[in-house]
Design a protein around this ligand. Sequence first.
Ligand code: C5P
Length: 216
Amino acid sequence: MIVTIDGPAGAGKSTAARRLAERLGFLFLDTGAMYRAVTWHCQQRGIPLTDPNAVEQAARSMRLELVGHRVLVDGHDVSAEIRSREVTQESRYVAANNAVRAFLVELQRQFAEGRDVVTEGRDQGTVAFPHAECKFFLVADPRERALRRQRELAGKGQQIALEELLEQQTQRDERDSQREFGTMRAAADARVVDTSRLTLDEVVDHLEQVVRDGRA
Ligand code: C5P
């Protein structure tokens, strides 16, 4: 069974998707980590992110593995590195690269083949798994999303002004919802869940209930 969870950054997708997968005993696929890993790899090798062919070649030649919570590139654990500010900011070039998107979608389908998976990203219910049995699209108020991000960064010792985070978030949302392929949008058959006024546990409870009801 495939459960897809899409939506903008800060809507609480990642943690909710991970916890949902644990509760259901499903594998978890963090597709944002794949775009981040390609970005990190190119940055390390000095491959210009603005050169689509070079980035595609790099993506095809690197060995990308998602093992539990860890992300490995050519056997090297990059789980922490791919969350850096530099990678977050520059991943937009990889996300806008149609050839890389097609390749990563292929890897995502291979990963899910014959398995029970909760997969999380922007285009999972629309492009990667249009026939998924259960689809969610998580949303939240922009201000609430930026506040969550601010708290998350404060937990890592980084103090960033809310206005700055709001502005970055707006830019990312615009890019995600305007790109040609893999556009961030809810699939017609996705359930839209507004997490603004829900705790993480409430979100996971709700998602789990829907999945279990659907399977019953
Ligand atoms: O979700 P996360 O912040 O880790 O995503 C990293 C980057 O990958 C973002 O630029 C996002 O737009 C992109 N992405 C994507 N398609 C996905 C998942 C993430 O384009 N399925």
